[in-house]
Ligand binder design. Structure first.
Ligand SMILES: [Fe+2]
Length: 390
């Protein structure tokens, strides 16, 4: 269990308070493990969850920020193990459970510890590819959590011992969230056909890519459910960690990294019945500069629509990124057996496949990332007691 995912501490002393001090600007808490938290009084007043103020978590909120008094002078004491704040301006009382406060401490070190640190991988993941048994995950929430944790940490997990029948695809999806229906329907059948209109149905090799960047958001958690593997041993899934590509790209080509992490790349699908378009940088960073999303698909890029001086450098940067993504040292090759499924985060992991000559049937569906990570937080809360997972 990696530290960055753990909001709830292991030692009791991290929840026990040594002393509390306060003034009108901040409440300072010294914890028994030596850590010091400093909470702004404005933050504490806003997070009051008494009956009168309501609760942010449930959305029943009655206290509004325009009600903030000019002065946040207060009297803060420890009563029965709870932090008790009486606001001088109106006599309102706010109480906090120390555990809750520690889990939401926003000191630099605590924020750093809470940040998600994905485990980057390359082809060598073959020897430690996370795997969860479908039957066990269906029955045991702890096994289901293993599956969720693996996708959170590695972006990918193999689900073995899943149903071999087509009906099993939706059963797998229901473990993870809700199927997101699109113009393809609920399930996309990847079958080799003689004259396919979509390249996915042709028995040819595909380059690594993330799917459907012309949607907003693109498909979240993807499920490749193998009903029948190709008799010739072809049609291997080829998976690549986009976060690893981005990290390596950053050290190899810093200038191009800054372009691809800021300039929006448009993607478009304009065929019969659909007119989809969305744009986003290849590398999406959060405020802390951590990568939170990777989008790359050469086949669906729309004509670039950027300021004149950016066209050439953006094309060159994209070319370098594609070149990197083609390198086999990044590629996990996995031949799905009948009844196995790969579950992976399309906002991180690129997929591709090798060509084949037999009859191959893979069913593809996806669930929203919001619902998937919602279930992950619920499981972590129920099993580990975590209360603040990013
Ligand atoms: Fe695809």
């Amino acid at each position: 269990m990696e530290a960055a995912h753990v909001a709830r501490r292991r030692t009791e002393s991290e929840y026990l308070i040594e002393r509390v001090g306060s003034d009108k600007d901040a409440v300072t808490i010294d914890w028994q493990d030596g850590h010091q938290s400093k909470f702004h009084t404005i933050w504490l007043r806003d997070n009051c969850s008494c009956e009168k103020c309501g609760n942010h978590s449930g959305g029943s909120r009655f206290f509004e920020l325009n009600m903030l008094p000019d002065s946040l002078a207060n009297k803060t004491t420890l009563i029965d193990g709870m932090i008790n704040i009486v606001w001088t301006a109106d006599g309102h009382t706010t109480r906090f459970d120390p555990t809750w406060l520690r889990c939401h401490c926003y000191s630099e070190s605590e924020r750093k510890e809470r940040r998600h640190t994905p485990a980057l991988w390359d082809a060598s993941i073959k020897s430690y590819l996370p795997e969860v048994d479908y039957q066990l995950a269906s029955e045991d929430p702890a096994e289901l959590l293993k599956l969720h944790d693996a996708v959170r940490r590695y972006g990918i997990c193999l689900l073995s011992n899943a149903p071999k029948e087509p009906a099993g695809t939706e059963k797998i999806a229901s473990l993870l969230g809700f199927v997101r229906e699109t113009h393809y329907g609920r399930i996309f059948e990847i079958l080799s056909t003689p004259n396919p209109t979509l390249i996915a149905n042709a028995p040819v090799a595909l380059r690594p890519h993330t799917d459907e960047n012309f949607r907003e958001p693109p498909p979240g958690i993807m499920i490749f459910h193998s009903i029948k593997a190709s008799e010739d041993g072809g049609g291997e899934s080829v998976m690549t960690d986009g976060f690893k590509l981005a990290a390596d790209f950053k050290s190899l080509y810093p200038a191009q990294y800054s372009l691809l992490s800021t300039v929006p790349i448009p993607h478009r699908r304009f065929i019969e019945g659909v007119g989809l378009r969305a744009e986003a940088p290849v590398i999406n960073l959060n405020y802390d500069g951590d990568i939170i999303e990777f989008r790359l698909n050469e086949r669906t890029i729309a004509p670039l629509d950027l300021p004149h001086d950016l066209i050439e450098p953006v094309y060159r940067a994209l070319a370098k990124m594609f070149e990197l993504s083609y390198q086999s040292k990044y590629h996990l090759h996995y031949l799905l057996k009948d009844g196995e499924a790969l579950v992976f985060d399309n906002a991180r992991v690129l997929h591709a496949r090798t060509g084949f000559n037999g009859n191959r049937h893979v069913r593809l569906t996806h669930v929203g990332a919001d619902e998937f990570y919602s279930r992950w937080r619920q499981l972590r809360h129920a099993i580990n007691g975590d209360i603040n997972l990013l």
